[in-house]
Design a protein around this ligand. Structure first.
Ligand code: GLN
Length: 500
């Protein structure tokens, strides 16, 4: 699977969550569009650096070739040089032995910057033969509430635009708030030149996004694709998936979990975290109500009551100083009240700062990311990061091995001593301060292979307080909930049953 994004950033790694939502990280350390997270969660497959290209990255590579002289004096142009590069990126997946490439083009038909991508997939249709390429157009069919009707015009227009480019969609998937009548489907079929049975309705689902594959399969989208490619048509095995969906729709109980983030109001900024929490709930047949608490609102001890009506607290990753004191305050409350706590990346760093300040008595302890002149730099820049000037793609990224200490909460969750998890950070726990913290009950339960990097911490005198320097949320899947999220939600459910 591949996502082709028309914007000019080389990757979304340097983009603000306000612009782009979460940055997803692949096993091989690429910072990518958050859609790759959906791909992994829906298919169970592992994406890689080859699964996400932006215009920026394509142009960059073409311009590098131009500077090297690879084009031997020719005029370098959008067509064929940029389009050839795009096609090469799609076809390179052939080297991995794949049979089918599912390639999503981001943006909207009609965007100037998306044109080269559309032109490239048009050319692929010509080169591979139309019977070997299927074009599926995902289109929004708006519902005008005041008039009580849906509008097919935007779809007619975007399909007309595609036809101008030379792409005739083989199927339409219509995103819509309401069901589309057969008349509307017929109209779309006629005006868009798509067979009636290939007009799929993707209405908003009631409970969980994981219902969508079932909805599309019921309409025969899977069959339509197999027929197009003249492939065998076994019926889809959606039993396990359907069971998971039923589990979400009819839970046995519910539990509230608070997430204290800088961007609490943004649905997409913590996409994988929210999904992983829900997976943790599925594992216990519980619905999780996620209470989003903006970190700034609990700074200076204000708004602390918001922390008491949840049964678990999670502090996610982040950058920069906004909201950090609120996160630290929330962690102090979780530590003192015995509330199940999961800290991730900056969440671990804040937990270490909180512990240093309040349990060890190191006044002013901080991370040098936030306070470069702190008297107690308990979190500091990783050695490998010290001389870096470039910000793009230079963090400590991707999957690295972690060794877990038996007899810890982490070990109980994973059930194994050796794990691999994905990272995205520049700062780390300062080993110099560890002995003093360990003396007061901080436990390092996960370390890097060489023992030099702190990867998981816990608290000895706490029911369940675990924080990780890596991002477990990226590896959680609905059919395979991440062990730490499963354990975290499980302890929150227990806490709810026996309130302190
Ligand atoms: N800002 C911190 C660092 O760079 C944490 C990063 C994160 O939470 N992903 O180390």
């Amino acid at each position: 699977m591949q996502k082709l994004d028309p914007y000019l950033n080389i990757d979304p790694g340097t983009m603000s969550p306000y612009q782009h939502g979460e940055v997803f990280v692949t096993e091989d350390g690429a910072e990518t569009d958050l859609d790759l997270g959906h791909y992994e969660r829906f298919t169970g497959l592992e994406m890689s650096r080859k699964s996400n290209y932006t215009s920026g990255r394509i142009y960059w590579e073409v311009l590098e070739k131009e500077r090297r002289g690879d084009y031997l004096g020719t005029t370098v142009q959008m067509i064929p040089h940029i389009t050839d590069e795009i096609k090469a990126k799609i076809r390179q997946l052939d080297d991995d032995g794949v049979d089918v490439v599912i390639c999503e083009i981001g943006g909207t038909v009609g965007d100037i910057e998306g044109l080269t991508f559309l032109e490239a997939i048009r050319q692929i249709g010509l080169e591979e033969g139309r019977e070997n390429v299927m074009y599926i157009h995902l289109t929004y069919v708006p519902y005008i509430k005041a008039a009580g009707e849906v509008k097919t015009k935007p779809t007619q227009q975007s399909v007309a635009k595609l036809r101008e480019i030379g792409i005739l969609p083989d199927a339409l998937i219509c995103r819509t708030e309401v069901d589309l009548s057969d008349d509307v489907r017929k109209k779309l079929s006629l005006f868009c030149n798509v067979p009636h049975h290939a007009v799929m309705v993707e209405q908003d689902v009631n409970h969980t996004i994981y219902e969508v594959p079932v909805v599309l399969s019921e309409q025969g989208l899977d069959d339509l694709i197999l027929v197009h490619f003249r492939l065998a048509r076994p019926s889809a095995h959606l039993e396990a998936w359907q069971a998971m969906v039923n589990n979400v729709i009819q839970p046995e109980g519910s539990v509230r979990i608070g997430v204290i983030g800088k961007y609490a109001e943004l649905q997409d900024a913590y996409k994988s975290i929210f999904e992983a929490i829900h997976h943790g709930g599925v594992a216990h047949r519980h619905r999780v109500e996620i209470v989003k608490i903006p970190a700034e609102e609990i700074e200076d001890g204000k708004g602390l009551d918001r922390l008491t009506n949840v049964s678990g607290l999670l502090v996610p990753g982040g950058f920069g100083n906004r909201g950090v004191e609120g996160k630290i305050r929330a962690i102090q409350s979780a530590r003192e009240e015995g509330t199940p706590f999961l800290g991730i990346c900056l969440g671990l760093q804040c937990a270490v700062i909180e512990f240093a300040r309040h349990a060890v008595g190191l006044d002013g302890a901080h991370s040098t990311e936030i306070d470069s002149s702190t008297p107690h730099p308990v979190v500091c820049l990783m050695e490998e990061q010290e001389d870096l000037a470039d910000m793009g793609g230079t963090m400590h990224l991707g999957a690295h091995t972690c060794f877990i200490k038996p007899g810890t909460c982490a070990y109980e969750a994973y059930g194994t001593e050796r794990i691999r998890e994905r990272h995205r950070h520049r700062y780390e726990v300062n080993l110099k301060y560890l002995p003093r913290m360990e003396e007061k009950g901080l436990l390092v339960s996960g370390r890097s292979e060489d023992g030099k990097l702190v990867k998981i911490i816990e608290l000895k005198d706490h029911p369940w307080f675990v924080a990780t320097q890596f991002h477990p949320e990226f590896k959680s899947q609905p059919l395979n909930p991440h062990p730490l999220f499963k354990a975290f939600v499980g302890h929150a459910i227990e806490k709810q049953a026996v309130p302190s």
